[in-house]
Design a protein around this ligand. Structure first.
Ligand code: SF4
Ligand code: SF4
Length: 418
């Protein structure tokens, strides 16, 4: 049976059907009425044979595929992840904030110099082996160890010039210490992608400084200075907004629009606060499962209305694949543990290795494989999300929470061009 797979999208415009492959970027146009009729029949029922010219052309362009071919094409597409090394570094697990929804225990462990050098040597070695290197800074608060970030970034920059791999470095930071001077230094060290959480008018309640003071004004001052940086500085900043139950203070977005204007280096990500672990989250009024879907939808709608970029529904290649599922991703914790998922810190199933003082990085390959790709669901073949999701969104559910992953609530039947 030949079917239109999830990675083929189509849309009729001005009497012409445009059919496109999201994987191969091939595109054809169908305008003959009989051929259009045949095409719509194929979208509903597929076809047993490639007996017509239309079916043959679609198949040649990999837009209409045998059910057995889908897996091969998806595997080929997914293989880019085999050539990607993603290191997530937690140089310190200490933090200058005390956010009540934070699941981390705030024990201020910081990497020793010896550990740090072992990691740097390992990273440098991976740079000679992989086509794509992603270096992510996480914590604790990574800007507390800005010197380490700059040292590693400068070393990788040198290797980048020599080995020409694709390189991207990002940071999840609370943004408090990220003033213009530090931002410029980190930019030079290659850190060009950021996620900074700013919780609107609730911010000083949900993201207080360790001293108990509010932090919003300082962070917004830092963000304002970033908006004034030259437009040829190529960076991206996601402003994450964690929302509580009933939060519909959309004036916050009007204020943000005044600060960041139409600068497309900034975008907004709206996430309902969840029970991510720890006790203090219980002091907050978090959304119920039913409320959160509708509330987030209203936030996104407002953002679109006022023209702010929202990255909630990114459809880019692998955009919904969690880094923990990358075959070659690993978190280097400040205490020398090597783990996979930043939410399940310290869970024994999360640990895939450690740093031995003499032998260096030790990885348990079997444990690492547990977190990787585990096959497609039946629905993936026809799902419009397949190129962004690949059934690789959250392995923690499968491995640690024991969730039944046999069906998918997010399956979206393939229909329109994106
Ligand atoms: S896991 Fe669900 S959302 Fe992801 S590709 Fe498969 S069916 Fe689609
Ligand atoms: S595995 Fe799941 S919980 Fe862990 S970081 Fe990925 S998406 Fe989050």
């Amino acid at each position: 049976m030949y079917i239109l797979p999830g990675f083929t999208s189509y849309q009729e415009r001005d009497g012409t059907i445009i059919v496109r492959s999201e994987i191969y970027q091939s595109e054809i146009e169908l305008s003959d009425p009989d051929i259009k009729k045949e095409f719509y029949q194929v979208t509903k029922k597929g076809c047993d044979e490639l007996s017509t010219p239309m079916a043959k052309v679609l198949h040649k362009q990999k837009l209409l595929v045998d059910e057995n071919e889908i897996k091969d094409y998806l595997d080929e597409y997914r293989s880019v992840l085999d050539h990607t090394f993603n290191a997530i570094l937690m140089p310190t697990e200490g933090c200058n904030f005390r956010c009540p929804y934070c699941y981390e225990n705030h024990i201020p462990t910081t990497m020793t110099r010896h550990l740090f050098e072992q990691i740097l040597a390992y990273l440098s070695d991976q740079c000679t082996k992989f086509e794509n290197i992603i270096l992510s800074w996480f914590g604790g608060e990574p800007t507390l160890c800005a010197d380490n970030v700059i040292e590693v970034g400068s070393a990788i920059n040198k290797l980048h010039k020599k080995y020409r791999f694709h390189y991207q470095s990002d940071m999840t930071t609370n943004g408090y210490l990220l003033n213009e001077k530090l931002f410029r230094k980190l930019y030079t060290a290659g850190v060009t992608r950021y996620q900074i959480t700013v919780d609107g008018r609730n911010h000083d309640l949900t993201r207080p400084h360790v001293s108990g003071k509010g932090t919003l004004d300082v962070i917004m001052k830092n963000i304002t200075s970033m908006t004034k940086l030259p437009k040829d500085m190529d960076f991206k900043i996601v402003l994450r907004h964690n929302i509580l139950s009933g939060d519909e203070d959309f004036k916050w977005y009007d204020y943000l629009a005044d600060v960041i204007g139409m600068d497309n280096r900034f975008s907004i990500l709206v996430k309902p606060v969840g029970n991510w672990g720890g006790d203090s989250v219980k002091t907050l009024d978090i959304c119920s499962n039913t409320e959160k879907v509708e509330l987030v939808r209203r936030h996104i709608e407002y953002l679109h209305q006022i023209g702010l970029q929202c990255c909630n529904k990114s459809k880019g290649p692998f955009s919904n694949v969690c880094y923990a599922n990358y075959p070659n991703s690993m978190i280097f914790r400040a205490d020398g543990k090597i783990e996979k998922c930043t939410v399940a810190l310290n869970h024994p199933m999360n640990q895939i290795g450690y740093i031995d003082p003499k032998l260096g990085i030790i990885i348990d390959q079997e444990q690492q494989k547990l977190w990787g790709f585990h096959g497609y669901r039946e629905t993936c073949a026809k799902c419009a999300e397949v190129t962004s999701c690949m059934n690789m969104r959250c392995s923690k559910g499968r491995i640690i929470d024991g969730l039944d992953c046999s069906s998918c609530d997010d399956f979206i039947p393939r229909t329109f061009l994106r």
